[in-house]
Each structure stands twice: as structure tokens, then as C-alpha cells.
Design a protein around this ligand. Structure first.
Ligand code: GDP
Length: 296
């Protein structure tokens, strides 16, 4: 793998000990390394630019104290800034609304939406003692509806029976109605994805939102998404209006830069992370851990 940022900055800056404040020139050199590390961690270019600008301002003029090496000091500035930009930890799902609380899951096909829907449902049932109903709105792929039914069975969570020929918006309305009648506290709507963002997808999401009045709209995204993360998050947020992010496949080798990119362009919190295929592989988001990973 790559030499970590601490070492790289060390070799540039650590000769400076005792010289007082970091100069513009020292910092410019350090910034090149920081930019490289962030791009290697899959942070989107426009976010890297904004980020390095903020760090540059903080680093120039910073006093090099004897007890700490300049390289370490810059790494600390970068780390603190990353943590701040990544946002607060432990923001879970917000259920403060009249029952049934509707959670709408959105995202591209293969991002982990269906799996994450079931994971969240299971967590709400077992940890929060909520009665949950899940419904698949993916009418284009019958296999997706069957997948959700099976996951529901596995996790002992109710799923809405499928009625052939219904539109996604009709299914959404029926799910909310069924939850009311069935005494469910929460309804999770697993919407259809596509391989890429297109207009019909955005229109469908807006229609479903209008019919089901969701309290949470969670964008599920693969943490390995690279430069596309910004587009993805911006589109879903502008067109549908998300309330939070869930990043999946954090158990993989990815460095987690997508978390920073998506958080930066939407300002919406990362609420949960997926760390495996199993139903209990869902964790709280800890910005410090992701910052460590981004820095390598
Ligand atoms: P959807 O098309 O967005 O509904 O995606 P799925 O829920 O069907 O997930 C696609 C694949 O990714 C499945 O094989 C899941 O088991 C897998 N998957 C989902 N979340 C995670 C995760 O956090 N880690 C890992 N390793 N695999 C995941």
C-alpha cells in the first residue's frame, strides 16, 4: 500500500523544527501530499480542492512547537478538519413523527438498498422494539421483491404482500395504509434503483415521496464509489431531498473518501454504515475512524 500521510509529510516538513511558524512555501509542499492522499482515498476532486484550501489557511502561520514535529502538526490539522467535515457521530434514524413513520430508501442498483432496508428493520425491531413493515417498490425486477420477502423472513420482519401490476406509488400508498391497519410503527420503502441516475428514476422517487410523506429519505451508497459520489449525492439531494446517508461495504478495502464527498456536497449526515452481508452488519458512524482511514 501507500506510505501513510504522516510519513510523507514528515519527510517534507520535519526538517523545519525550531523555525517558528510554517511558511506558505512549506505548506504548499505539504498540500500537494495531502491532495494526493485524499484522491487516493477516493475523495472527489472538487471536495479535495475545498478541503485543502481550508487546511492551507489553518496551517500557514501555525507555530511549530518543540514538542511536536511539524509533519505531525499538519496531520493533526488535517485530521481535525476531516472529522469536522464528516460531521457528528451517532446520528441514528429519526423516528420522531406520528406512526407509521415512513423511511424511504433510495440509491442506485446494487448499492445495498435492499440488504440495508432489512438490516435497519431488524435493528428497529430488536433494539428499539418497533413493529416494522417493509415493502419493495421495485416493480421492474420481480427478483428484487422476492429478495426483500426472503430477507424479511430471515429477519422476522413483516413484508407487504406483492400484488402484480401495481405501480411503485400505489405500492407505497398501500404500504402506509397496511401499516396503519396492522399497527406497525415504521414502514420501510425499498425503492427501485437503476445502474445510473436518469430522469425517470428521479421522477419516480419524487412521486413516491409525494404519495408516502417519508420522515426519513436515506441515500444508500457504496463506499467504494469514487468521483461519481458527488454527482450521485447532489442529484438525489436536489431532486428528492435526502435526510441522511448510509454507506455500505465499509468492510471492503475502500478508504472511505465517498463519505467525505457526499457529506460535503449535501451537508446531510452519514447515519449508518454497512459492514458486511449479514443482517447485523450495520454500525453507527464514527467520523474519527473514517478520518483515520482516509489518511491511510
Ligand atoms: P440493491 O440493488 O441496492 O438493493 O442492493 P442489494 O441489497 O441487493 O445488495 C447487493 C449486494 O451487496 C448483495 O450481495 C449484498 O449482500 C451486498 N451488500 C450489501 N451491503 C453490504 C455491505 O455493507 N458489505 C458487503 N460486503 N456486502 C454488502
Amino acid at each position: 500500500m501507500f506510505e501513510n500521510l504522516q510519513d510523507r509529510l514528515g519527510s517534507i516538513l520535519n526538517g523545519l523544527t525550531g523555525r517558528g511558524a510554517l511558511s506558505e512555501k512549506d505548506v504548499a509542499q505539504a498540500m500537494r501530499e495531502i491532495r494526493r492522499a485524499l484522491l487516493e482515498a477516493d475523495v472527489a476532486l472538487e471536495v479535495v480542492r475545498d478541503f485543502t484550501e481550508k487546511v492551507r489557511e489553518k496551517a500557514i502561520g501555525a507555530q511549530v512547537v518543540k514538542s511536536i514535529k511539524p509533519g505531525q502538526m499538519v496531520v493533526k490539522i488535517v485530521h481535525d478538519e476531516l472529522v469536522e467535515m464528516l460531521g457528528s457521530e451517532g446520528i441514528g434514524i429519526d423516528l420522531h413523527a406520528a406512526a407509521p413513520v415512513v423511511i424511504m430508501m433510495v440509491g442506485l442498483q446494487g448499492s445495498g438498498k435492499t440488504t440495508t432496508s432489512a438490516k435497519i428493520a431488524k435493528r428497529l425491531e430488536t433494539r428499539d422494539r418497533k413493529k416494522v413493515l417493509m415493502a419493495s417498490l421495485d416493480t421492474r425486477r420481480p427478483a428484487a421483491q422476492e429478495q426483500l420477502r426472503q430477507l424479511g423472513e430471515q429477519a422476522s420482519v413483516d413484508t407487504l404482500p406483492v400484488i402484480a401490476g401495481q405501480s411503485p406509488t400505489d405500492i407505497a400508498a398501500r404500504a402506509v395504509q397496511a401499516a396503519r391497519l396492522g399497527g406497525h410503527d415504521v414502514v420501510i420503502l425499498d425503492t427501485a434503483g437503476r445502474t445510473h441516475i436518469d430522469e425517470p428514476l428521479m421522477v419516480e422517487m419524487a412521486d413516491i415521496k409525494a404519495r408516502s410523506n417519508p420522515h426519513e429519505i436515506l441515500l444508500v451508497a457504496d463506499s467504494l464509489t469514487g468521483q461519481d459520489a458527488v454527482n450521485l449525492a447532489r442529484n438525489f439531494d436536489e431532486r428528492v431531498g435526502i435526510t441522511g446517508l448510509v454507506l455500505t461495504r465499509m468492510d471492503g478495502d475502500g478508504r472511505g473518501g465517498a463519505a467525505l464527498s457526499m457529506r460535503a456536497v449535501t451537508g446531510k449526515p452519514v447515519k449508518l454504515i454497512g459492514t458486511g452481508e449479514k443482517m447485523d452488519a450495520l454500525e453507527e458512524f464514527y467520523p474519527r475512524r473514517i478520518a483515520d482511514r482516509i489518511l491511510g
